[in-house]
Design a protein around this ligand. Sequence first.
Ligand SMILES: O=C(O)C(=O)C[C@@H](O)CO
Ligand SMILES: [Mg+2]
Length: 391
Amino acid sequence: MTKITSIRTRVWHWTGPTVPPRGNFCTNASDALYEKGDAMSSFRFHQWLTVEVECDDGTVGIGNAALAPTVVKKAIDDWYAPLVIGEDPFDYAYIWEKMYRRTHAWGRKGIGMTAISAIDIAIWDAMGKLTGKPVFKLLGGRTKEKIPVYYSKLYARDIAAMQAEAEEAMTHGYTAYKSRFGYGPKDGMPGMRENLKRVEALREVIGWDNDLMLECYMGWTLDYAKRMLPKLAKYEPRWLEEPVIADDVAGYAELNAMNIVPISGGEHEFSVMGCADLLRRGAVSVLQYDTNRVGGITAAQKINAIAEAFQVPVIPHAGQMHNYHLSMANANCPIAEYFPVFDVEVGNELFYYIFEGDPEAKDGFLQLDDDMPGLGISISDRHLHNFRIEE
Ligand SMILES: O=C(O)C(=O)C[C@@H](O)CO
Ligand SMILES: [Mg+2]
């Protein structure tokens, strides 16, 4: 029997250069507030948590979390690690339930579930390494010759710059593109026009045979979204993402039931039950949990089965290896999100500066290696000089 002997948590604080904040960059939940300055600040994260689960034979599984890393680190160090050390990693379902139920009073969403996710991902990486199999081969194997991806950036800015970015992305063979809105309820009708002008401008560049997805990042209201949907329909978006805050599940369901543009969401939902509720209530036409928040690979795979029963496709938030393996192993995961490697701005880019092994998209696809045990990533020292590491 293999035993988990230790769990090492590290917070990687980025100290390198970052792209300065820009106004109307991306609508978000803070836009509803009378707030001066950078409303996106609470959604910009320049830290990342790595979790290394070591087994008694020296095998180390790597997990990660992007949400509130310093707090999640403390939760793991103080509460979750003692529950996991001494267990057999192959008892991963038992370990998951133990973490979930022992902290149920405060951990079933948010910080606690993020901690559970990071540890669970590390355990799956360890199981892959211990069996000599890539994680996707432990889940369902290869359901795709390679994974189609969508280009995810196109944050709101002046139209010429957005068109130039889209033109450049087109040269890499992507067939799907996600853009961010910069205007919401506080910007009134003029802001609606600005939003629509940018969608039109992107269609001019990518044409009508490529998918266009539109991201609100919880920055609109139900009323504003109901007014915008009919105006957006003619641009044939594949989905409208997170139009309202994650707690407004009824709002998602009302917008989705309008059947004008498919509504997507889930990246701010937690646990199997949380995602099952979204599906049961018809809140989303595309489910987008992130494996490093929703409960790790153990929870994500259960959610995939439920989503398949509802025939709702799952397209996990953020790409990154913890999501790619699930996308490869499930026929109901048609494509994956892909953040191209860019200078550090929002923070999603940090994954590339901390880890080695994340696949680079080629001609709109990415590939996973059948012979690479575990997740296929390692912790890199290439950019150590740009990090302050908190042990
Ligand atoms: O990639 C997404 O879906 C996100 O929500 C990322 C976030 O940074 C806003 O775009
Ligand atoms: Mg999103």
